[in-house]
Ligand binder design. Sequence first.
Ligand code: XMP
Length: 510
Amino acid sequence: MEKILVLDFGGQYNQLIARRVRDMRVYAEILPYTIPLDVIRENRYKGIIFTGGPNSVFDMASPHYDPAILDLGVPVLGICYGCQLTAWMAGGKVETAKVSEYGKIELNVLERASLLFRGVPEKSTVWMSHTDYVSEKPAGFTVTARTNDCPAAAFENAAKGLYAVQFHPEVTHSEFGRKMLENFLFEICRCKGDWQMDSFIEDSVASLKERIGDKEVVLGLSGGVDSSVAAALLSRAVGRQLTCVFVDQGLMRKDEGDFVEETFTRLFDMNFVRVNAGDAFYKALRGVTDPEEKRKIIGTEFYRVFWDEIRRHSGKGYFAQGTIYPDRIESGKGDADKIKTHHNKVEMPADVEFLGVIEPLADLFKDEVRRVGEKLGIPHELVWRQPFPGPGLGVRVIGEITPEKVKLLQEADFVLRDEMAKCGYEKHLAQFFCVLPGVKSVGVMGDHRTYEDLIVIRAVTTDDFMTADWAKIPYDILGRVSARITNEVRGVNRVVYDVTTKPPATVEWE
Ligand code: XMP
C-alpha cells in the first residue's frame, strides 16, 4: 500500500495534513520526529511531509532530524517549521524576522514551471503563521515563490525531490493549498491515489480473521459512532464469535436503547447482550445533586455493571474497543507516539484477562469511521449521530436524577429532534438537545394557573467543541418546537433558548 509519512514536529495542524492527504485517497500516517531513520527507510514511503512546529530551528533543544533523511531518495515537503528545518538541514540560513507574518498573505509564484505550483496562478492567497524565515536558500535549491515579507516563501531542489513552503497549504485559507498538496502527491511522489474505504474494510476483515482465528471477541457497545462501526466491522470478520455488550443505563435518549438493540440484532451477525441496568443506576443516584458526584456515581456504576458482564468472557479470547486515531494522538506536541488518556477509555480490572486488545479503527479519523460505517450498512442516523456524553441524560437533568425527570426530558428532547429533522435544520448544528434545569415557574392553561417545569433548548455550532457558538436557529423553528413541547409534554409550561457561547458556558449544563 502506498503511504505518506507526516513527520510530526509539533505543529497544530499535523492531523489536518494527514486528513487532507487521505482525502486524496493516499494513506498518510503521523509519526513523531523521534522515530529512527531506519524505520522510515524500511517503511518505503512514497513521500514525507515535515509538519510545522512552535519552535526555532536554531534553538538546538527544538525538534531536529538527521539530515540524511534528505538523501533517502524519497520526496519531501517541508511546511512552516518543516520548511525552515529543510533549509537548515540542507545548509541554508534561517533568521528571526522583526515582525511576524500572520494570516492571509499574497503569494507570488516566481517559477511557474515548478511541479508544486502546477495549475496555481501567479498570485494567490496563502495562510502564514511564522516569525522565523529562511533568509538564505540552501545551495542547489531554487526559490519558487515569495511574499512581501518573506523572500523565500517556497524553494525546491526538484532533482532531489525536495520542496519547502513557509505557508500552510493544508488550511482552507490557502486558496490553492489543496492543489499544491495534490501536486506533491501525484506529480512529485507519483502516488496513484487508490486508498479507499473498500480496501480498508477488506484488509481489516482479512487481518481480523487471521488474528482472531477461532477465538471469541467481546466488545463494549455504547451506541456511539465509533463502537458501532467497530462492532459492524468485527461482525463482518468473525460473525458469531463476536459478543457485543450494551449497558443501558436508563439515561439514553427516547427509544435509543431499543434502536441500538434492534439495529445490531437485525442487521448484523453477532451475539448481542443488553444489560438493562437503569434501576441500579437510579438507586445509586437517589438524593444526589452535586454534578461531579453524579458523574462519579454513573462512572463507577457503569464500570461495575460493564465489567461484571465482560468478566464472563475473561480468559476466552480478545477484548475489542472502538478507539479511533484522534483518541490516540495528542495533536500539536510532536508526540504522536504518546497515547492520550481519553475520558471514555476503559481501564481493565486486574482480574480480567484477554489474549489482547483489538482496536480495528485505531488508524482512522472520525469522518473515515463514518464512511466505513455507511459502507458496512449501519443506519444513517447512527453513523451521523451527534456527540452524546458518556453519562447520557444524567448531565442534562440538573439536580437529583429520577426516572420521572428523565422521562420528561426524553419526551421534550424527542420533540426537538423530530422538529429539527423535519425542517432539515439539524444539518446546520453540531449538537442540539434539551436540558431539564429543575426550575418550575408559573403559567396559565385555560382558566387554571400552572406551576410546572421549564425546558431549556441548547444548540451549538462548532468545529471542535473546544469553543462553540449558540446556533442562530430561525425564530419560526424555535416557535414550533416551543409550541409542540408545551402541548405534547405533560408537566412543561415554558421553553427557553440558551444564547450563551462557550466559553464562558460549556455545551452541556450538568
Ligand atoms: P462541554 O460541556 O464540556 O462539552 O462543553 C463538550 C463536548 O463533550 C461532550 N461531553 C462528553 N462526552 N463523555 C463524552 O463522551 C462525557 O463525559 C462528556 N461530557 C461532555 C459534550 O456533549 C460536548 O459534545
